[in-house]
Design a protein around this ligand. Structure first.
Ligand code: PLP
Length: 373
């Protein structure tokens, strides 16, 4: 039987298990002390003066940020077509329309020149996605947004732990949303967070994650409940539980090692795949990102062939992602040629903390075999 090599997985140790047991033993499972501590420790890790608000998924983080920024029906939000459908669904959940934009060929980051063509009187915001953890080209987005008075919401689901111009992602830019789902750089089982330079926005989000109950967060963090309260805005049931936060805290305690492992895996891929003309890695800021995905473009019409070959040898691969403007719900009446071409070429190779050097050598050997045929 061939050994199966997984594309992605959670890596959970004794620390996470003990942390969950601690919460179960306390018999306080909802949002309380663990969440308060997780938010504080995230803030310390990011070395930021900004507050961190945790929620139950990355999608909820995006939705709450957009909702509390006032996005609603009739508004349009520019977003790269190559992203997880979560970005699009979070926008449409507010009633606003996601407007798919093309991506840059080198990084698959949003192409600002294309975004400019999609600007209308209804455009209110732009959501750049840190595709495969990279956001080195974001300044163009901020310049464009400043010119047209657009809000910027960074989908940083892939990039927790990464740096941009020497500053932690989350400690720069406007409103930044992380995902802590099972296979992201840091996991709390499921989870997400919003970090922003806008303290009024964060105050709204803190209430909106708990059904809009005013100042419920402070009460819960001090072990109390709200019996008499006011509600002025639409709220959601998006708060993080103590169980999730406990997992996240244990993960955060090991994040530096995890980051180095991910970076090391990607550096080995880059050096071992060097020289293969049909395999072209994205031009990412590999020295400064903590990579969530390792994506190559497979040239010469060979992507599907290589994918089938690897899968046939027990090596799971991925395609991140189908362009959203090709989905029924988000279909556009215009073409996005760079994204559509990239969609036929991209392949994600296994990247997770339990990937061994010998497994990685197996993957590289299989790719070399296929390319040499
Ligand atoms: C994972 C992800 C999200 C959403 O995060 P969840 O925690 O799964 O809801 C959003 N955008 C991108 C690009 C993602 O990969």
């Amino acid at each position: 039987m061939i050994e199966k090599i997984r594309l992605a997985k959670s890596t959970i140790g004794a620390e996470e298990k003990q942390a969950v047991l601690r919460v179960l033993d306390n018999e306080y499972l909802g949002m309380g002390e663990e969440v308060r501590l997780f938010e504080q420790e995230l803030q310390e890790y990011l070395q930021t003066g900004r507050e961190v608000v945790c929620v139950n998924t990355g999608t909820a983080a995006l939705h709450l940020a957009l909702h509390c920024l006032g996005l609603h029906e009739g508004d349009e939000v520019l977003v790269p077509t190559i992203t997880y459908v979560a970005s699009f669904q979070a926008i449409s959940a507010t009633g606003a329309r996601p407007v798919a934009c093309d991506v840059r060929e080198d990084t698959l980051f949003i192409d600002v020149d294309d975004a400019k063509k999609r600007l209308t009187a209804n455009t209110r915001a732009i959501m750049p996605v840190h595709y495969a953890s990279d956001s080195r080209h974001i300044q163009g987005v901020y310049d464009f947004a400043a010119e047209h008075d657009l809000k910027v919401i960074e989908d940083a689901a892939h990039s927790f732990g990464s740096k941009r111009d020497g500053v932690a992602v989350g400690d720069c830019g406007e409103t930044v949303c992380f995902s802590f789902d099972g296979i992201k750089n840091l996991t709390s089982g499921e989870g997400g967070a919003v970090v922003s330079d806008d303290t009024d926005l964060l105050a709204l989000i803190r209430d909106a994650r708990l059904l809009g109950v005013e100042k419920d967060t402070e009460k819960r963090y001090s072990g109390r409940r709200s019996w008499e309260f006011d509600v002025k805005q639409q709220g959601f049931r998006y708060h993080m539980s103590n169980i999730m936060a406990a997992i996240g805290r244990a993960q955060l305690g090991k994040i530096d090692r995890a980051a180095l492992t991910r970076q090391g895996i990607v550096k080995r891929y880059l050096s071992r795949l060097d020289g293969l003309v049909d395999i072209v890695p994205l031009q990412l800021d590999y020295d400064n990102i903590v990579p969530h995905l390792f994506v190559v473009k497979v040239k010469g019409g060979k992507r599907d062939g290589l994918r089938d070959y690897l899968v046939g040898h027990g090596i799971e691969c991925g395609v991140h992602y189908q362009p959203n403007h090709l989905l029924t719900r988000f279909r556009s009446d215009y073409r996005l040629p760079v994204a559509e071409k990239a969609y036929g070429e991209i392949l994600s190779l296994p990247l997770h903390l339990d990937l061994s050097v010998s497994q990685q050598e197996t993957i590289v050997t299989r790719i070399r075999e296929f390319c040499g045929r």
